[in-house]
Design a binder for this molecule. Structure first.
Ligand SMILES: Cc1cc2nc3c(=O)[nH]c(=O)nc-3n(C[C@H](O)[C@H](O)[C@H](O)COP(=O)(O)OP(=O)(O)OC[C@H]3O[C@@H](n4cnc5c(N)ncnc54)[C@H](O)[C@@H]3O)c2cc1C
Length: 408
């Protein structure tokens, strides 16, 4: 998603781009495969997109492709402490907004981006392409020779790495990361709920980790995507349960808030790791998206941060291109690192603090946590400040992600 968005953001400048993708299949074939899922089946991988991500996708001309496929706007969020009495709710009404964000299947986001890319002749899509080697920069320049696994060699003045958290090219290029295991696996699947989700996101902090229900675009409002972060051993037990037993466990873990829950898709687990690259740039190279930073999904911010990287990096590169600067120079790339790394670090640290806050605590501390949540829930100004930040409607945003001001 992040690599395709960056290619799309840079494409109108006319620079020649190659989009290297490890998976096979031409752009048309990828698009057809993404769009051929039967309508009743939802992708088990979904993202809560912020308003800033929506604005970026609008600027890229890809938002109409998301809307034409499907999306679920959510109007509120209910968060509660399953180990105590604390509860916090957020609502779009309190901000005079129509929604707080959108739940969109990852395959829909990708399809909308790839569809737009078809329009650009200066973007060459290279499927089945994986790097095997990256040379040192040529003397006096940022150009590097990339060796692909199929033996081809490409000379590139600037290589932008958006390969996701396990990025092999990040390692090949010698970027160091700080990382640790969250001790959580995320179990994801699609469910039907007895009661309507009422176009809200729901999250309960359980003894083993957060359990989220995210509304999906199905008109009756009874279909949701779940992300259940829990210990690896518990995730394994949940995977081994028969469907009926899993449904009971899930309904119980969710305090029955949406009534009986029934799983309607295969279950999948993903190991969760925190990772942050110590540097985002080297001469002729830059990291972005999960290749630069991977965070816990509990606040649904991962791809939103990646899209902000895209907006910042595209703006900096386009300006540098117009001024005739060397795009791969550290002088140009450092502007991107300065703009994005501290923001991403702050978000990573906040996710870590949240995760540590919601662990089983001895009774007095547990009561204090519940009291703190209830007190926070009664502070609308502070709540609005935080939620506007998470929505990407406040803070220092790159202009591609900034919503235009509407005058009366
Ligand atoms: C359970 C879960 C729930 C989440 N929910 C949310 C949410 O609600 N909101 C949110 O903002 N974020 C969420 N995230 C985070 C989000 O999924 C990631 O931040 C996002 O997928 C990162 O996108 P990316 O494009 O950087 O990487 P990826 O999505 O990992 O894409 C990497 C791409 O690079 C390709 N690739 C990999 N290696 C190579 C190679 N060697 N050569 C060429 N190509 C390669 C891959 O095939 C793929 O196309 C969630 C994450 C998880 C695990």
């Amino acid at each position: 998603m992040v690599g395709a968005a960056l290619a799309l953001a840079l494409a109108p400048s006319g620079v020649k781009l190659r989009l290297l993708e490890r998976l096979p299949g031409s752009l048309h074939q990828r698009l057809t495969a993404l769009d051929s899922q039967p309508p009743a089946e939802f992708d088990t991988r979904v993202s809560a997109l912020s308003c800033a991500s929506q604005t970026l996708l609008e600027h890229l001309g890809a938002w109409s492709g998301v809307e034409a496929r499907r999306l679920a706007p959510y109007r509120g969020m209910q968060v509660w402490d399953g180990m105590g009495q604390g509860e916090v709710s957020f609502s779009a009404d309190a901000l005079h907004e129509s929604c707080l964000g959108y739940i969109v299947e990852n395959r829909v986001i990708l399809a909308a981006l790839l569809e737009r890319l078809l329009a650009f002749e200066n973007v060459r899509f290279e499927p089945g392409a994986e790097l095997q080697g990256i040379s040192a920069p040529e003397t006096g320049s940022s150009r590097r020779v990339l060796t692909l696994k199929d033996g081809r060699q490409l000379t590139s003045p600037l290589t932008l790495i958006a390969e996701g958290g396990d990025s092999p090219s990040r390692q090949l290029a010698g970027f160091a990361t700080t990382q640790w295991d969250y001790g959580h696996h995320a179990l994801v699947t699609t469910v039907e709920t007895e009661k309507s989700h009422a176009w809200q996101c729901w999250q309960r902090f359980t003894e083993t980790g957060p359990l989220a229900f995210l509304p999906l675009a199905e008109t009756a409002g009874h279909t949701a995507s779940i992300v259940w972060s829990t210990s690896p051993a518990h995730a394994q037990e949940l995977m081994a349960l028969e469907t009926a037993e899993f449904n009971q466990a899930l309904t119980r873990a969710f305090d029955g808030r949406l009534g009986q829950v029934s799983c309607v898709a295969p279950r999948q687990t993903l190991a969760l790791r925190q990772r942050h690259a110590q540097h985002y740039i080297l001469p002729g190279l830059a990291l972005l998206g999960d290749a630069a930073h991977t965070i816990h999904p509990l606040a649904g911010q991962g791809v939103n941060l990646g899209f902000l990287d895209v907006a910042a990096l595209a703006e900096i590169l386009i300006q540098a291109h117009q001024r005739g600067e060397v795009l791969g120079s550290t002088r140009v790339l450092r502007r991107y690192e300065r703009q994005r790394r501290s923001d991403n670090l702050t978000m990573s640290a906040s996710m870590e603090a949240f995760r540590r806050l919601f662990v089983p605590l001895p009774a007095p501390l547990g009561l204090l946590r519940s009291a703190g949540m209830n007190c926070f829930n009664r502070l609308p100004a502070l709540k609005n400040h935080l939620v506007l930040r998470a929505m990407g409607l406040s803070g220092d945003l790159p202009s591609l992600a900034r919503r235009p001001l509407v005058r009366d």
